[in-house]
Write a protein that binds this ligand. Structure first.
Ligand code: ATP
Ligand code: MG
Length: 194
């Protein structure tokens, strides 16, 4: 499951857990993006902070792991490179790529779309406020998951407004955000969700 994870929240974790249960996955690899090409005009927190929050959030689940492939690769992150790297590390694995409804809708605009379909099975999960596109492809599945009306953008805005993010993100992530004073600055241009 790729994402900016700025910060990781319970919407991500529920989606991952549901897909893992439904498809009998041995492992869910969370892959924080390097520089997301869709978010080049917005401020994104340092990769190390996003990586560490993802580690903190997933540490208690034996099936959840975090990969550095995207944050260690220079340049903008493209999912095709993520999947190639994961494939290289796990040549025997059957790969599933988990996305929310909003990301699924954008998928057709992604780089090297035909190779993408050949590298992984895509699972699109429901997300409140976003329509799941009808994609008539053999290696695409759509899955309804418990509705979590949470976005990282809303979490960042809440921190800036001194509102709590308890129970929206895991406890350790609340504490990480406070400890390193993330999202403390002005709202600036970072109001848009992507
Ligand atoms: P931002 O507001 O910064 O864009 P986000 O909450 O959308 O953050 P991302 O890191 O952009 O989180 O999302 C990573 C992946 O998780 C995407 O595929 C996205 O669709 C999915 N996702 C995020 N939030 C939810 C949610 N509440 N329910 C289901 N899927 C989600
Ligand atoms: Mg998003």
């Amino acid at each position: 499951m790729g994402g900016t994870f700025d910060p990781i929240h319970h919407g991500h974790l529920v989606a991952a857990s549901e897909v893992a249960a439904e498809f009998g996955l041995d492992e869910v690899v969370f892959v924080p993006t390097g520089r997301p090409w869709q978010k080049e005009d917005t401020e994104v927190s340092p990769s190390e902070d996003r990586y560490l929050m993802t580690v903190v959030a997933t540490a208690s689940n034996p099936r959840f792991t975090v990969s550095r492939v995207d944050i260690d690769r220079p340049g903008p992150t493209y999912t095709i490179d993520t999947l190639r790297d994961l494939r290289r590390e796990r040549p025997e694995a059957e790969l599933f790529f988990i996305t929310g409804a909003d990301a699924m809708a954008q998928i057709m605009s992604w780089k090297d779309i035909d190779e993408l379909w050949s590298l992984a099975h895509f699972v699109g999960v429901t997300r409140p406020g976003h329509e799941l596109p009808e994609l008539d492809r053999q290696n695409v599945s759509l899955l309804e998951v418990p509705a979590m009306a949470i976005s990282s953008t809303a979490c960042r805005n809440r921190v800036r407004a001194h509102k709590p993010v308890w129970y929206l993100v895991p406890d350790g992530v609340v504490q990480y955000i406070a400890k390193y004073e993330l999202y403390a600055g002005d709202a600036g241009s970072d109001g848009a969700e992507a």
